[in-house]
Write a protein that binds this ligand. Structure first.
Ligand code: UDX
Length: 462
């Protein structure tokens, strides 16, 4: 099939590369000519394991076509996925301006393409050759416009109205359906998750759209959940909100464990063996962060409020998550005393391991809180240092994890990079002023750290 994907972030680019791998011809549309040039060389502008290789494979095969041009992609495409950002507005509502702008561009470029050739982008060569082109113009035939971005119920309908109102200018024969096809990939394992979905959710209101979207996903494992559009849109929010709820729940259990002397890791293990509960997303720590859970929980809470429904449980999930990082900082202060002038080593800045993403990172937030109290921070992350310095310009980062311990009054583990487990802790301890470790991710082996002579404090593991 011929597919256009609008937006080349984590969701857009990974989906584009995977669909190309499945044998489809995929236009990956991004406005930034510089980034498109890089994509044509297989360079991905963010860290995501396995994605550069897959993008390169797609480009070399000629099936993945990064382009800046809607006019090239849209007329050729049978299915168009909108994968643009839906960042939060100050109110918590999802900002849909990028979705509507993309839909408008799709509508404006619907008709027959002016040229079967891709507009050349200087420097966009692959192995010295121009990027492969797909010839032949399909023109403005039947298309499915599917949202992959996380969007409130009703967004697909708005996209339908917008496209109808715009395309009618060009043609009275425009045939299309809108759909919702949410993506559930996680950063850090985006390629694996997209190639191995647990389920493919297809929200449609016509057999034609259903068949097109089923065909796009042929060859991928996972159950197909074919449903109506509003339900599909809701499945995505409900899934993210439920996972966030599990995390806030286990964090509250951890806080109680701290009080009563129980071990939250063991509690989670014992709970997770019950298949009705399941073992996943029960890791206690400093709270969830990233580009999805914080934004989507707030957006869903807002959607409910807009319909005069007070989603009390979700409100508590959000509050617990906010409070968890403050509780952690209070703990550090209670044990170390006033933080003014204390040197604190921070291990981990990304919102989770295997990514360079620091959006809504609790690690960064905790770092900010410590700096505000006058602590001297020395930080390290395997991938996220440059993004973190962009957010906190005065942040001092170290080239190795060992160096954050030099002269430190305490070391804080704030991102769950597994490599931190195997650091030469005995040697690092000799460089510290005081042997305190605050493990905000329950990552290290408590027994081992105590045997090494550390004062080791974690979350819900007294
Ligand atoms: C999430 C969803 O998992 C994914 O399905 C959706 O498409 C996008 O949002 P992502 O944000 O990439 O994916 O990361 P995820 O692995 O879900 O972790 C989110 C946050 O929760 C991270 O800060 C992580 O450290 C934290 N987390 C996760 C916990 O604190 N405890 C856990 O048990 C699991």
């Amino acid at each position: 099939m011929r597919i256009a994907i609008i937006g080349a972030g984590y969701v857009g680019l990974t989906s584009a590369a995977v669909y190309a791998k499945l044998g489809h011809t995929v236009y990956a549309v991004r406005k930034d000519a510089d980034k498109v040039k890089k994509l044509r060389r297989g360079e991905v502008p963010f860290y995501e394991p396995g994605l550069p290789e897959l993008v390169r494979e797609g480009v070399v095969s000629g099936r993945l076509i990064p382009t800046t041009s809607y006019a090239e992609a849209v007329p050729n495409a049978e299915v168009i996925f909108l994968c643009v950002g839906t960042p939060p507005l100050p109110s918590g509502e999802a900002d849909l301006s990028q979705v509507f702008a993309a839909a408008r561009e799709v509508a404006e470029n619907w008709g027959p393409s002016p040229s079967p050739q891709s507009p050349p982008i200087e420097g966009g060569e692959v192995n010295g050759n121009p990027p492969p082109l797909v010839g032949g113009v399909r023109g403005g035939g039947y298309k499915v416009i599917a949202d992959k971005s996380t969007v409130p119920v009703g967004t697909a309908e708005k996209v339908r109205k917008l496209i109808s109102s715009q395309t009618s200018v060009h043609s009275s024969q425009v045939e299309f359906d809108v759909a919702s096809c949410p993506e559930f990939l996680r950063e850090g394992s985006a390629v694996h998750d997209t190639m191995n979905p647990d389920r493919v959710v297809i929200g449609v209101d016509s057999d034609r759209a259903r068949d097109a979207l089923l065909k796009v996903h042929e060859g991928l494992p996972g159950e197909r959940v074919v449903t109506d559009i509003a339900t599909a849109e809701m499945i995505k929010y409900a899934s993210n909100a439920f996972l966030a709820t599990k995390i806030s729940f286990i964090n509250e259990i951890a806080n109680v464990c701290d009080e009563v002397g129980a071990n939250v890791d063991e509690v989670a293990r014992g709970m997770g063996m019950d298949p009705r509960i399941g073992p996943h997303f029960l890791k206690a720590g400093t709270g969830y962060s990233g580009s999805c859970f914080p934004k989507d929980t707030r957006a869903l809470h807002n959607i409910a409020l807009n319909h005069d429904y007070d989603f009390k449980l979700l409100k508590a999930v959000i509050e617990v998550n906010q409070e968890q990082r403050h509780r952690f900082v209070r703990r550090v202060r209670d044990i170390l005393g006033a933080l003014e002038g204390k040197t604190i080593g921070v291990l981990g800045l990304a919102f989770k391991n295997n990514t360079d993403d620091v959006r809504e990172s609790t690690a960064l937030d905790i770092t900010r809180l410590l700096m505000k109290e006058g602590a001297i921070i020395k930080a390290f992350d395997y991938q996220a240092e440059s993004n973190a310095r962009h957010e906190i310009t005065e942040l001092v980062t170290c080239p190795t994890p060992e160096e954050v311990t030099e002269g430190a009054d305490a070391v804080l583990v704030l991102t769950e990079w597994p490599q931190f487990r195997d650091l030469p802790w005995a040697e690092m301890k000799t460089k510290m002023r005081q042997p305190f470790i605050f493990d905000g991710r329950n990552l290290l082996d408590a027994k081992k750290m105590r045997l090494l002579g550390f004062q080791y404090i974690s979350v819900g593991r007294p």
